[in-house]
Design a protein around this ligand. Structure first.
Ligand code: GCO
Ligand code: MG
Length: 402
């Protein structure tokens, strides 16, 4: 029997600190998993190196479900982003290995194609309405059928989702940057630029918007109502999802569809949102919600309630996560849409991925496994460099939700 022989954890850039797990079997087959938790990378790296790696060596890499149960139930301490990200990395690496051993791409092991490709949405942004419109035009010309639109709120420096240089990078400082926020200014301005996008480009593509957990339930209800004519595919994270009852109130007031889940880590975290039909899209992702094995379970629960998938896919999730997500998205019956921000060219030198983009859709590699190779030598050029997400403060100085 082939066994797990080596477990390595790499923490390296470029541009951010990706945590990558590489599992090697006694037959020399390798599997990759992403364990990146933006701003808390070393906690997951230590969890894997110090607490998980010693348990894996000598085990059968083929027993993916059993390994998941062992790592989840065996530790006694359940859920939470650090634990679930570590389990995700192991799970993803074992699926990669299973695919390579079987000589099949992972999506074939998951039941095969349910669709021709994976519809993605991109991130358009601007420092004002005009520059946002230019960005939307650029993405429409590149073939995207779905666009998320964010613009900087006038006079408010802390408008998330807005690109400063070539790429949007919120975790850009070695200590958290503190940025001002005004809900009133946002609520006045955001509906106007979403309307401007529809006025200029029409309704022939999907438009999305991320509220990034910043509103109270009644503010979110009013925002959702005010943008109904814009017909968003979704408004994302309108309020922090710790208080899930809040979504009942939002639902009573607006038919704007809702997407939640990028900071949630397990089926239990999304259970109420799904079973009460408080959301339309579940945004849990391979890397933070227990890997392919657990995400599939979440998606199956969602399917019972006509909730579709809309996985998180920002660039702080490595190309290993993107590849795993695309394999899974291709197979699930209730797939909705996948977030996609192109990784920087240097990132793709470290992670050689066979994922391809064409006509607004992604497709996985046809290579056995996930179809991603990690270039350890290239990664050595980008050592760990502390990076934190910003903190939002209201205009009176108090901390707001980020
Ligand atoms: C999104 C997100 C991200 C997060 C980031 C945090 O919808 O893409 O909200 O941009 O802020 O992933 O690390
Ligand atoms: Mg988001």
């Amino acid at each position: 029997m082939s066994t797990i022989e080596r477990v390595e954890v790499f923490v390296a850039g470029p541009g951010r600190n990706f945590v990558t797990l590489r599992v090697t079997t006694s037959d020399g087959v390798t599997g990759l998993g992403d364990a990146t938790l933006n701003g808390r990378e070393l906690a997951v790296a230590s969890y894997l190196r110090d607490h998980v790696a010693p348990l894996l060596v000598g085990k059968d890499p083929a027993r993916i479900e059993d390994m998941w149960q062992y790592l989840y139930k065996g530790v006694y301490w359940r859920r939470g982003p650090v634990t679930m990200t570590a389990i995700s990395a192991v799970d993803t690496a074992l699926w990669d290995i299973k695919g390579k051993v079987a000589g099949l791409p992972v999506y074939q092991l998951l039941g095969g194609r349910s669709r021709d490709g994976v519809l993605v949405y991109c991130h358009a942004s601007g420092t004002d309405t005009e520059s946002l419109l230019d960005d939307v035009a650029r993405f429409r010309e590149s073939g995207y059928h779905a666009v998320r639109a964010q613009a900087a709120v006038p006079g408010i420096a802390g408008s998330y989702g807005v690109r400063k240089g070539a790429v949007y990078e919120p975790a850009a400082t070695s200590l958290p940057d503190e940025q001002p926020w005004s809900t009133e200014a946002y609520l006045r301005y955001a509906p106007t630029y979403l309307e401007a996008v529809r006025d200029r480009f029409g309704f022939d593509f999907h438009l999305l918007h991320d509220v990034h957990h910043r509103l109270t339930p009644i503010e979110a209800a009013s925002f959702g109502k005010s943008v109904e004519d814009v017909r968003l595919l979704w408004m994302e994270d309108p309020t922090p999802a710790e208080n899930q009852e809040a979504y009942r109130l939002i639902r009573q007031h607006t038919t704007t569809p809702i997407a939640v889940g990028e900071v949630l880590n397990s089926i239990w975290d999304v259970k109420q949102l799904i079973t009460e039909q408080l959301i339309d899209y579940v945004r849990t992702t391979v890397v933070h919600a227990g890997g392919i094995t657990h995400l599939r379970r979440i998606f199956d629960l969602a399917a019972l309630y006509q909730v579709r998938t809309g996985s998180h896919g920002a660039t702080d999730l490595s190309p290993v996560t993107l590849a795993a997500a695309v394999h899974l998205d291709l197979t699930v019956p209730n797939f909705g849409i996948q977030e996609y921000m192109e990784h920087a060219p240097e990132t793709m030198e470290v992670f050689r991925s066979g994922v391809t983009f064409s006509d607004g859709m992604l497709n996985p590699s046809e290579e056995p496994g996930l179809g991603v190779e990690y270039d350890e030598k290239a990664a050595e050029r980008f050592p760990y460099d502390p990076r934190y997400l910003p903190v939002a403060r209201r205009l009176d100085g108090s901390v707001h939700d980020w």
